[in-house]
Design a protein around this ligand. Structure first.
Ligand code: FES
Length: 112
């Protein structure tokens, strides 16, 4: 049995017993489909960056680590930045900070 069914069962049982445990799991590599997240479950998503869709900083950084290279990439995966757009500057900043170590790539990410 894998970690996901175990974590799910423990989370459910802990909730039924009145002492909920926020279960989550971390993949060695992000999924190659969907949101391409490496961390899933009830992990702390971090402070909300996109208020329109309730997307947290940690979720966004995980998506960047999974290959998102622009605000549009993040929007396609998480919807963040696809409504009012007020969070797009922060998305770009996070991409520039965490997306790459290459200075030229950082400049491109900040410009997109
Ligand atoms: S705050 Fe992100 S789209 Fe509105």
């Amino acid at each position: 049995m894998g970690a996901v069914p175990l974590a799910g069962a423990i989370a459910q049982l802990s909730w039924l017993k009145g002492h909920p445990i926020a279960a989550f799991f971390v993949r060695k590599k992000p999924k190659e489909h969907g949101a391409r997240l490496a961390v899933e479950g009830l992990a702390n998503t971090g402070p909300i960056v996109c208020a329109c869709f309730g997307v947290g900083r940690n979720t966004i950084c995980d998506t960047i680590a999974g290959g998102a290279r622009s605000a549009a990439d993040i929007g396609a995966k998480l919807k963040a930045g696809t409504n009012c757009g007020s969070c797009i500057p922060e998305l770009k900043r996070l991409i520039a900070q965490t997306g790459t170590r290459d200075p030229e790539q950082r400049k491109l990410a900040a410009a997109n």
